[in-house]
Design a protein around this ligand. Structure first.
Ligand code: HPA
Length: 245
């Protein structure tokens, strides 16, 4: 059976209901991951869990060591990755509390360590990244969301921004013209590093605020935190279904 790894984002620094059997401190050629990789049992299945921002939450999105995180998960035995992330909603359908399982991504980040193919290479490699997410895993997530009666979109374009600041109204308007439906700060380079390691990867994105300019109010952390609290039970139920499917 496939060993899944869950990467928990903001609001999911620990997975309640996970029976931890080991906390692995894995050193990688790229440094230390955000936290120990937890091995345990969740919904009757062996699973790995990593808190993307550390536990407690302390590493901002632009300073996450994505290369170490993905490498450590692979080393711990992960065979597929479900990444959870909080996002802002751009498309009208992406209201607060809505879930999206993105099928495409546009990378607006800069200056992040975004590849394993760097340094002294024997030959240059260009991996195919036409379809950044694993279709089978996306479909499992969608089935679980439907079974849990969550409001969700089975497709969407994720715009990955650098952060840690939120975007300007003009930036979101540009992203909308580009075709982005949701905006977040952690989608890249996580997705491409998983692909470079040949790990099937998909995202479960929870909308926690309207993106800049998409409501009449300013975006507050209180608003984001409230939406996270309200959405996390559903996230956990969806993950449990994916694992036990
Ligand atoms: N923009 C970028 N990242 C985010 C947002 C947002 O509005 N909300 C949650 N993560």
């Amino acid at each position: 059976m496939t060993v899944y790894a869950i990467i928990g984002g903001t609001g999911l620094t620990q997975l309640q209901g996970l029976t931890i059997t080991a906390a692995l401190n894995i050193d990688t050629p790229f440094g230390a991951p955000s936290a120990p990789v937890l091995r345990g049992e969740y919904a009757g299945r062996e699973v790995l869990f990593l808190a993307r921002h550390g536990h407690p939450h302390r590493i901002p999105p632009h300073q996450v060591n994505y290369r170490a995180n993905l490498w450590a998960l692979k080393e711990a035995g992960a065979q597929a990755i479900v990444a959870v992330n909080a996002v802002g909603g751009i498309h009208m359908a992406m209201g607060t509390g809505h879930f999206c399982v993105p099928h495409q991504i546009i990378d607006y980040t800069s200056g992040r360590e975004h590849t394993y193919f760097a340094g002294e290479l024997e030959h240059v490699t260009h991996i195919d990244f036409s379809h950044p997410y694993d279709e089978a895993l996306r479909s499992k997530l969608c089935q679980a969301l439907a079974a849990e009666r969550c409001e969700f979109s089975s497709h969407g374009v994720y715009g990955a921004t650098q952060g840690p600041r939120l975007e300007t109204v003009a930036e979101i308007a540009r992203m909308e013209r580009d075709g982005c439906d949701i905006v977040g700060m952690t989608g890249m380079p996580e997705a491409v590093l998983a692909r470079e390691l040949t790990l099937p990867y998909a995202c479960l994105s929870l909308v926690v605020n309207p993106a800049a300019g998409k409501s009449n109010e300013l975006i507050t952390m209180a608003q984001i935190e409230q939406a996270l609290v309200e959405g996390m039970d559903k996230v956990k139920a969806v993950l449990a279904r994916v694992l036990s499917a």
